[in-house]
Design a protein around this ligand. Sequence first.
Ligand SMILES: [Zn+2]
Length: 289
Amino acid sequence: MASKMHGAACGRCWGDAVILSLIIGYTRHSLRHISRAILLPAVSFEAIILGTGSALSEIHFGSSAALPWRDGIVLIDCPDAILRALAHASKRSGRALDAMRITDILVTHLHGDHVNGLETIGWKRWIAKLNGLGSVPRLHTIEPVARRLWERLGPAMDQNGTLQLADYFDLRIIPVGVPTRVADFDVEARPAEHLIPGCGYRISQGGATLGWSGDTRFDPAHIDWLASADVIVHETSESRVHTPIECLNALAPELRKKIRLVHMEDNFDQAVTDMVPLTEGEVLAVPPR
Ligand SMILES: [Zn+2]
């Protein structure tokens, strides 16, 4: 009888089953929400630091980084000896940074310590494309920089007037103030005050944001714009067209905590500040782990 009742699901068991399924359902529901709450803030991306030096450095690569993503690598600037810088950072970080995997390049401005490597990457990828290997990288920047890009590269790359910028790079303009998709990042640009046209970037993915000042004189409005980022990479050099460290030292402590330094002179004294200089090959997590 008892087994018959259980076969047909007696009222008490049915009630227990309903309560049990409610508990399981509620627990699953709660776990899903709890795990999302736990997991969401942990979403982050990495910036592998390629170079930290100023334009006159004798020992460091030019200030730049590589952002690995699902289908390749986004570069922030492309300095001298870019292939060596990638190999060096790859070895130190343990991350694969092959120039053939560069899908996108974000250019801040056209000073050589930020873009002299474009010629190398341009040639390498153009030759590879001729051999049926992949396509040329997308190159993103603001319009005033883009307008002068081929003026700078053309005399070395136009092959006696037979080739154009599009043979080497797929140029994309980032409109100022308009979030723009670059690989799987959302990127915003803001013009920076420097000797020539240039910009800083806010680069976001999964709710995490990296702020990158680009070369700029000390500009509180630029820093305000960068302040919403989880990590801010800010340049510093002792020059009126750059940002002296004393200016950054005067910022609020909460802001200083988010700032990592780049573009230092070789004799930069770390003891003069509580902000930590980046190192070449460092894996910078955004947000910090
Ligand atoms: Zn510069």
